[in-house]
Design a binder for this molecule. Structure first.
Ligand code: ADP
Length: 529
């Protein structure tokens, strides 16, 4: 039998082991979907102190590797997951190190809510340890798929410190950007921490960003192919500062290599027919049971009485990106509408206190649950009539897809993946429309959209139509996984053809000022043929 194509997928999160937001969902489901296409897949994750290991699984220590961090060797303990339920070509490796991962929390200290001060060292260590782990376990990857800034140094390592390494000679790299708002920007000393020589750092070098080191920029410069999580977001991030956060130029220069692939959702976990977290299971033909879920949810969160009003749900990280400043601005008028609200989330103290105050003031119609609560998230998806996502930007967004699957109508701002997944439901669009969209990032536009939702609730036939339209859509990962595998192969071709970065490295090694950093393809440093 021909050897399977081998993909190493590197991430700081993956369900069910560790999740902060959408990245965890995406890597958990995508990696399995790629394995289901026949590839041999190895997922690499840090072994966090609060890692969730499912029952019937265990971790086995398979190797120890030395990883230089700031010039000193640190030990990476390589664990392999034994999961009897997984096919034999679907692997998980965890990198352990007491100093970096022997504490609670993934990116931030749960005690303070602040990012760990050594995140540069933690994720530089993890990135390089993944490469060493592949060697130690003899997993020779055809492609390494890095995700977000935490693993974005891997493409850079491959084309610099590991450029001559025979083990990775055939290995192509892909970087997926799940949210450009997070780039991993650190003081320039992080170059040394990550093990890169000083001479790689000069104005406009692949590593440099306004005098600091930028992990994501390095990945964007060195990866053979780039992806992001929706087509609309792929356009937006090249278009200007608003979405590009300073990397729009770098992305625009690599636009030929940048593809938007819309995320899917795990349709086994998010399935109203089988979901054990909800009060009653349902599908498009048994939406009465969705009513049971709504009543149970209202009871659970203590919203009294039974006025027949729409229930609007939100589940979100409480950060500016998600539009909470708009909700704050519109709150007094929003809360006049005949609707009730349940918001689940955790994050910035500013929004926590706003939501707490709103809940205290509008006791009979607004509930805020602070914290991270997966089962409650399922019950909100099942019990709410509408799901609100007024995001300033949204690379893909998952909750609007989960909502549609549960017959819950999304009310979203028309940006990124929200624009790519929700079609407007209005007069003339009743056959296909699935939700309510608004354009301008303004309190007025938000109010208008929520007002439309309340009106739609008053038209039972139209409401049912919109619910069913959404429930009929396919958000499974299979088609996205095929696109990724296609791209992996393209990255291998690009790798075989060689890239401008081989020359970039040669020039830096010779002490020649290579000039401003440019994309891999077709670029010659000034003064060189
Ligand atoms: P992001 O990755 O920006 O947070 P996404 O919509 O892509 O946004 O994914 C968010 C994921 O995290 C969804 O699965 C959502 O249900 C989940 N989530 C966010 N906050 C909470 C919370 N407080 N409790 C439970 N699940 C949450």
């Amino acid at each position: 039998m021909a050897q399977r194509y081998r993909a190493a997928i590197l991430s700081a999160e993956a369900v069910p082991f560790a999740k902060v937001g959408g990245l965890g969902d995406v890597i958990g489901a995508l990696s399995r979907a790629v394995a289901d296409l026949g590839c041999s897949v190895a997922v690499f994750l840090p072994r966090y102190a609060d890692l969730q290991i499912p029952p019937d699984c265990e971790l086995e220590l398979v190797a120890k590797v030395d990883v230089p961090v700031g010039g000193e060797d640190q030990t990476g303990m390589i664990y392999r997951l034994r999961n009897p339920a997984h096919p034999p070509h679907y692997h998980h490796f965890f990198i352990g190190n007491e100093t970096y991962f022997g504490r609670p929390g993934i990116y931030t200290d749960p005690a303070t809510g602040e990012p760990f001060r050594d995140n540069d060292a933690r994720f530089a260590f993890f990135s390089r340890a993944c490469l060493e782990a592949m060697r130690a376990t003899a997993f020779v990857p055809d492609v390494i798929h890095a995700n977000d800034h935490q693993t974005a140094l891997v493409p850079a390592y491959l084309r610099t410190l590991y450029a001559e390494d025979a083990f990775f000679q055939m290995t192509a790299s892909i970087l997926s950007i799940h949210n450009l708002g997070y780039q991993g920007v650190y003081p320039r000393e992080a170059m040394k921490t990550a093990g890169f020589p000083e001479r790689f750092f000069y104005p406009l070098s692949p590593f440099e960003f306004w005098g600091k080191m930028n992990f994501l920029k390095a990945g964007i410069q060195f990866a053979d192919r780039l992806t992001t999580v929706s087509e609309r977001y792929a356009e937006e991030i090249q278009s200007g500062e608003e979405f590009g956060f300073g990397l729009q130029g770098v992305l625009n220069a690599r636009r030929a290599d940048l593809t938007g692939i819309l995320n899917g959702i795990d349709v086994n976990i998010w399935n109203p027919r089988t979901d054990r977290a909800i009060a009653a299971r349902f599908d498009a033909d048994s939406l009465d049971n969705k009513g049971t879920c709504k009543s149970a949810l209202l009871d659970e969160v203590g919203l009294p009485g039974k006025p027949d009003q729409p229930l609007i749900g939100m589940i979100s990280r409480l950060v500016e990106q998600k539009g909470f400043d708009l909700i704050e601005a519109a709150a007094p008028r929003l809360l006049e509408l005949p609707a009730r609200w349940i918001v689940l989330g955790s994050g910035d103290a500013r929004y926590e206190s706003f939501l707490r105050a709103t809940a205290a003031r509008y006791k009979n119609r607004f509930v805020f649950r602070s914290g991270y609560d997966e089962p409650l998230a399922h019950r909100i998806e099942a019990g709410a009539d509408f799901f609100l996502m007024p995001s300033r930007y949204e690379p893909s967004g998952l909750n609007q897809m989960m909502s549609m699957r549960y017959g819950t109508i999304p009310v979203v701002r028309e940006t990124g993946g929200l624009a790519d997944t929700v079609t407007p439901f209005g007069p003339g669009e009743r056959a296909t429309g699935t939700g309510i969209l608004f354009g301008p990032y303004s309190a007025e536009a938000l109010l208008g959209a929520v007002g439309d939702a309340v009106s739609l609730y008053g038209e039972p036939a139209a409401l049912l139509r919109a619910r069913r339209n959404g429930m009929a859509l396919d958000f499974s990962w299979a088609s996205a996984a095929r696109k990724y595998v296609q791209l992996y192969r393209q990255a291998n071709s690009a790798r075989r053809m060689g890239s401008g970065f081989n020359r970039w490295l040669e020039n830096v090694e010779r002490g020649v000022e290579p000039g401003p950093s440019q994309p891999a393809r077709g670029w010659e440093p000034p003064g060189y043929p």
